[in-house]
Design a protein. Structure first.
Length: 674
């Protein structure tokens, strides 16, 4: 790594570590709380529910409510702290100590809890605290029995301790608690098997393809810090399987598969929700330089265990191990591999163990999708490359991290530096292995989003989807290429392919909503965005899509209501602010619109990243000269938003101005009106 690049990453890492110190303080506080002695009873009542922490059961009026272990932990934490706002950091640290888990994982479990508790059906149990976390809003009574330790019967008139919560009166019921709890533990497995409450609607099976999901392999090392290894092994196996015979085999993407980590759903339900024919699951145990993999393949329609195998290898042969698993799975589902595919699987090269570890750590962080994680991921990818200069996947990971870092709201490394770094890394990866769909996709993204090289980016997107038609990100970003050219129907076709590969991805749902709004299908756009908000009530891009759809339909009050939700979660969101300013302009509230844009300018440390959004507001205000001044600044910054200039309704007032046509010509875009 050159001296300049090293200093660039060091500066970014310093910013990352400063942010990390705050989380460390929170972790110390939560750790202290978690080490406090539990109450003698571990039992609580709220509304119609009875919760027993000792027996790990939740009961509603005598009927067991099935919960995953993590969901139960989160509910217990909320109940014990009823009335108190808990930060997301506290809750994540308590539930997943010493593990890397992002906010979306917590949101998914809270969503499950709300479904299980029946939030919205006369009661509201878990309140979202914008930009912070959650609070349990019901009154809670702790059942206190001095005879609990001896196993004697619980008093019929137990002493209770009140916690401050919200106010519907608690309905009390009585039951022989120890006897019933014991009975409930015995029937929990049977009840859970027959439970059929779905969080997500089922995805129809893909016609003409055998569909497979690789569930997250369980980490059996005994060390939560090794979670990155099992997670990385799962992702690499998904890639291996996805490359086997893409026209015949569809493999669900990591994002959707991860939703079932720690889930106790049965195979039939998972298969129905994802639309798959087969489920591959297993475990990873790593001890020093040895790794042991256990895997089993299950046919979804009748839950038949078709095949199971244990593999024990040296870590240097990890690629060969993954190839063996992939080849065995292919044999079981009767794929007809070509001689070239068989040769590739049989001749997997040895891999430097330390380089492989650094690569897995980098991918683990990259999947968190935030600027801090990208910086740390870049460091790990560079360490992997330093150990193994021929490691094509590490270069592809480096390209991915730089590309998304350069496109983030507040890049730690400037866009003008990050995007060329992404291109250089992608080209190096393809020089080493031209079949890597990830590298073709990152290269296409830089060419489209930063260089506005339309023929070059189209060629790379085609190479990406040809190399791996199961790679959801390639289809997702290719959709934006088609949208930029005014080919919205083809953009929607790509988004549909992305959805089939990754049916539970929130960002793909939001991007699909965006494409539907450009197609004028505003009702379908709203429905798609709402599905994302149901899965994660704090997912900002979905609310932005809702606002854009409502504004396009001139339902401005509904649009403003959704923007208010975004600004409550993140007051500094410039996209939401610009959308609000444009809406005020179109409703004739010029003073409010100008106040919005002035506030954006006053708070901006660097005007380049917000130039496109400022131009959007001035265009809506009809101030064409100002709008073009800021569009020129966006052009100099090479803002990626410019590729959708034709699609955005806010810029329609500029369409008849000669300067607009000149800008399109310089961008290489055809003129079209959605």
């Amino acid at each position: 790594m050159s001296g300049a690049k090293s200093e660039m990453v060091k500066r970014a890492l310093a910013a990352y570590n400063a942010a990390k110190s705050r989380r460390a303080k929170i972790g110390a506080f939560v750790g202290a709380v978690s080490e406090m002695p539990d109450e003698p009873s571990h039992r609580y009542e709220f509304g119609p529910f009875y919760l027993d922490r000792g027996q790990r059961v939740l009961v509603r009026e005598g009927k067991l409510v099935p919960l995953t272990p993590k969901a139960f932990e989160i509910l217990s934490l909320l109940v014990q702290n009823a009335g108190r706002a808990l930060s997301k950091e506290e809750m994540i640290h308590h539930t997943w100590p010493d593990s890397f888990v992002d906010n979306s994982n917590l949101s998914q479990h809270v969503f499950q809890l709300r479904k299980a508790l029946g939030d919205g059906a006369g009661y509201s149990y878990i309140e979202t605290i914008p930009r912070r976390g959650y609070r349990f809003t019901q009154d809670v009574k702790r059942i206190d029995s001095s005879n609990h330790a001896t196993g004697e019967a619980v008093s019929a008139t137990p002493q209770t301790t009140h916690f401050s919560g919200a106010s519907p009166p608690v309905r009390r019921w009585k039951m022989p608690l120890l006897a019933v709890a014991t009975m409930l533990v015995g029937v929990v497995a049977v009840y859970a098997f027959f439970a059929r409450d779905r969080i997500w609607p089922p995805v129809p099976p893909s016609v003409g393809k055998v569909m497979l999901v690789v569930l997250p392999f369980e980490n059996l090392s005994g060390d939560p810090q090794e979670e990155y290894f099992s997670s990385g092994f799962t992702e690499e196996l998904i890639t291996q399987l996805g490359n086997l015979e893409p026209a015949r085999l569809g493999v669900i993407a990591r994002t959707s598969a991860t939703q079932y980590k720690d889930s106790h759903k049965d195979i039939r339900q998972i298969a129905k929700e994802l639309g798959v024919d087969y489920v591959l699951e297993g475990s990873v145990r790593r001890e020093g330089d040895r790794v042991r993999i256990s895997a089993q393949l299950i046919q979804a329609k009748d839950q038949t265990h078709l095949w199971a195998q244990d593999y024990d290898r040296n870590l240097r042969d990890i690629l060969g191990l993954q190839s063996n698993v992939a080849r065995d799975v292919a044999s079981q589902i009767r794929l007809q591999l070509t001689p070239e595919e068989n040769a590739r699987l049989a001749n997997a090269p040895p891999r430097d163990p330390e380089a492989y570890e650094q690569y897995l750590r980098g991918r683990y962080l990259w999947n968190k999708r935030n600027p801090e994680a990208y910086i740390k991921a870049i460091d790990y990818f560079q360490q992997a490359i330093a150990r193994d200069p021929g490691y094509a996947q590490a270069y592809a990971g480096l390209a991915d991290a730089y590309a998304l870092l350069g496109s983030s709201w507040s890049p730690s490394i400037p866009r003008s530096e990050a995007m060329p770094e992404a291109k250089e890394a992608a080209l190096k990866a393809l020089q080493l292995d031209d079949s890597l769909a990830e590298a073709h996709t990152s290269l296409a993204f830089v060419m489209m989003h930063f260089e506005w090289n339309w023929p070059g980016s189209e060629k790379e997107f085609k190479r990406a989807v040809d190399s791996d038609s199961n790679y959801a990100t390639a289809h997702e970003w290719y959709a934006y290429w088609f949208a930029s050219q005014g080919r919205i129907d083809e953009a929607l076709e790509q988004m549909e392919l992305a959805r089939k590969a990754d049916p539970l991805s929130l960002i793909i749902m939001a991007d699909t909503s965006e494409m539907l709004s450009y197609a004028g299908r505003l009702g379908a756009s709203e429905q798609e965005a709402r599905q994302a908000t149901e899965l994660d009530p704090n997912f900002v891009p979905a609310y932005l899509c809702l606002a854009h759809s409502y504004a396009g339909a001139k339902e401005y009050q509904a649009a403003i209501a959704n923007i208010d939700k975004i600004l409550a979660l993140d007051p500094d969101d410039t996209w939401a602010a610009s959308e609000l300013g444009a809406i005020y302009a179109f409703t004739g509230e010029k003073d409010k619109s100008e106040a919005v844009v002035n506030r954006m300018l006053n708070h901006a440390k660097n005007q380049g990243p917000i130039a496109f959004e400022v131009a959007q507001v001035y265009s809506a205000l009809g101030e064409k000269n100002r709008a073009f001044v800021w569009l020129e600044k966006a052009y100099e910054y090479r803002d990626g938003g410019l590729i959708l200039l034709n699609a955005r309704w806010e810029f329609r007032p500029l369409h008849n101005d000669p300067r607009y046509g000149d800008l399109l010509r310089r961008l290489g875009l055809p003129f079209h009106t959605p």
